[in-house]
Design a protein around this ligand. Sequence first.
Ligand SMILES: Cc1cc2nc3c(=O)[nH]c(=O)nc-3n(C[C@H](O)[C@H](O)[C@H](O)COP(=O)(O)OP(=O)(O)OC[C@H]3O[C@@H](n4cnc5c(N)ncnc54)[C@H](O)[C@@H]3O)c2cc1C
Length: 339
Amino acid sequence: MTSVHRISVEGGPSFDCADGENLVAAAERAGWALPASCRAGICGTCEGAVCGGSFVAPGRNDDGAVLAGPSDGVKLCRARPRSDLTIAPREIKAVEPGSLKPLAAKVLRIDKPADDVAVIKLRFPAGTRAKFRAGQYLRVLLDDGQERNFSMANPPHSNDGVELHVRYLQGGRFAEAVFNHLKPGDVVNLRLPQGDFWLRESDKPIVFVAGGTGFAPVQSIVEDLLRRQIHRPVRLYFGGRTPQRLYRDALARQWAEKRPGLVYVPVVSSPTPEDGWTGRTGRLPEAVIADLPTLAGHEVYACGSPAMVAAAREAFVGHGLAPSDFHCDAFAPSMQVAA
Ligand SMILES: Cc1cc2nc3c(=O)[nH]c(=O)nc-3n(C[C@H](O)[C@H](O)[C@H](O)COP(=O)(O)OP(=O)(O)OC[C@H]3O[C@@H](n4cnc5c(N)ncnc54)[C@H](O)[C@@H]3O)c2cc1C
C-alpha cells in the first residue's frame, strides 16, 4: 500500500504527497506552485532545502538510499518523501488558475523552416487571450492523457494564440503528428502557463544561449524586451549542427541590426565543406567563454538539450557566473519529466 506523507513548507502551507510522488507534482495537485522548469532534475530551478524528514532523490542518490534532512540544494522535482517532511523551497505560491484549465486551440499554419523543425501557429477561440510571461512553456495534452512540454515562442503581447517550435523526433508522438498529420483547423489542447524561465529584473548584461529549438523561448523574451524597450546589453548565441539548422538566423540578424547593444553570434557545431560556413564553429558554451573574459556580473539564459544546458552551467559558473544568475530550460524528453 502506498503511504501518504504530510509535507510542511516552513512558514507556509502543507500538502500531502504519496511515497512515489515528487514534491513539485504533489504541491501542484494541492494547488501550490513550487519553482520548477524542466521537471527532470536538470535545470536546478526547483532546488530547495529539506529541513527534516527522510526522502529519496534520484539523480542525487541513484542507488535509492534514503537521505535525511537537513539537506540543501535538493531538486524538489525529483525528491520523493519516505516520511513526513519539512521543506524550505525558494518560494511557494498558489498555482495560476489558468494553468489548470485546458484550452482548445486551432492550428492556423505549420511551416518547416529547417528539415527537423516545424513552426506551428495555434489560435485560441475568439476573444480568448492567454496570460503568460515571455519564456514560459505550455503542455500539449495528448488524447490518452499524456502531456508534452513546448515553449511559447511568441511574446505575451501577441496572446490570442501561441507559436511553437517543434523538433522532429522519430517516433515522437507530438512531433510525428506535427510533421505528418496535423493541418490547419485541427484542435490541440493546451495548458498554460508553466515554468520559471523568464527575464529577471536587473541591469546586468544578458547572455542568451539557444541550442536548436531552444531558440523558441529566447525569441519570446527578445521580442518582449524589444517592445518594452529594455536597454540592457544582450549577447545572443544560437547554435545548430549545420547552418541550415539555424532556422531563425534571419530574424536574429534583424534584431541585431535594429537594436543597438544586441550582438548576435551564430555558432555551427559540424559544418560540412559544402555548407561554405565561414562563421563561428564549435560548441555554444565554449563560444561564450571565448568572447567574454569573465561572466561575473552577467545573467545567462540557456535553453536547449539537457546536455548543452548542463555543460553551459558548469562552464559558466567556472568562468565567474554567480550560480543564481544562471537560468535555463532543459528540453528533457517528456518521458523523463517526473510525474
Ligand atoms: C520545459 C520544457 C520545454 C520544452 N520546449 C520544447 C520546445 O519548445 N521545442 C521542442 O522541440 N522541444 C521542447 N521540449 C522537449 C519536448 O517536450 C520533448 O522532447 C518531448 O518528449 C517531445 O514530445 P514528442 O511527443 O514529440 O516525443 P516523445 O513521444 O516524447 O518521444 C519520442 C522518443 O524520442 C525520445 N526523445 C524525446 N525527447 C527527446 C529529446 N529532447 N532528446 C532526445 N530524445 C528525445 C523519447 O525518449 C522517445 O524515445 C521541452 C521540454 C521541456 C522540459
